[in-house]
Write a protein that binds this ligand. Sequence first.
Ligand code: COA
Length: 279
Amino acid sequence: MDRTYETIKIERERDGVTWLVLNRPEKRNAMSPQLHADCNDALFHLATDPQTRVLIVTGAGDAFCAGQDLRLFFRGTDNAPRERFEAAENSHSWRWTRLSKFPKPTIAMVNGFCFGGAFTQLIACDLAVAADEAVFGLSEVNWGIIPGGVVSWNVVNAMNSRDAMFYALTGDTFDGREAARMGLVNFSAPLDKLREETLALARKLAAKNPATVRYTKEGVRAVRGMSEAQAADYLAAKSDALRFRDAEHGREEAMKQFLDEKRFRPGLGNYVRDDASAS
Ligand code: COA
């Protein structure tokens, strides 16, 4: 039985897909100190939850997340250093440390408003999908603040630097189609098809060999900050570690299906996982 939280919901699908839903729709899922604490706790538990093979992060109602709660996170802790410190620690921990290192694939499903600090969890997720109608904005410039935390660092990594600078300086909003065109999300879809399309992507990932998926995402992330020589060495070690860790022996199984049994060609479809060995 899942824990229950004041500001978020954990919801389950069949096939190992778990939803983490920010649940303050009346405040457009703005992130309060309580929400940061709840998300931090939930991600800690979901990381080793055997029923979670893929995690989707989204928001209840018509917002993904309206950024930090201006009343509770900012003004409410201006004169409370301990509370500010705790909220900031939890905020960074779940949105970046825990989410970007989550041991299973993660998808951000941007169903509506996505502002300011919400870009951190958007970019921390491995993949992102948006409603065509979603509204994104780096609105900080309007509030007399900068895209802080790690928002600026993230947007300049995930977006073309001209686009990142344009939207950070102007505070202009853009929709889901534009987010897809810029590569900030993988694709957009009409709002009434968004859930179905996101679930199809999640189920595709959930059906794959979990160790290989995990090592792939960790490798792709890690090499970004490395030289070519470091990356080659790291990836060689990572490949060896995967062979040791893969309980399904996916490498041997795929070779067998292709070379011996001639029933799998990667250009024509995925190899057939033996469910009995699937973890
Ligand atoms: N912090 C605190 N409260 C917020 C909030 C935020 N970031 N975003 C929305 N809310 C609250 C509103 O104050 C309002 O509260 P109330 O009902 O007590 O008055 C409630 O959520 C609904 O917001 P409202 O503005 O009435 O909804 P809307 O659908 O007309 O507009 C937004 C939605 C997201 C466009 C608008 O609320 C907005 O611009 N929010 C600020 C987004 C932002 O700049 N975030 C970055 C902060 S750095």
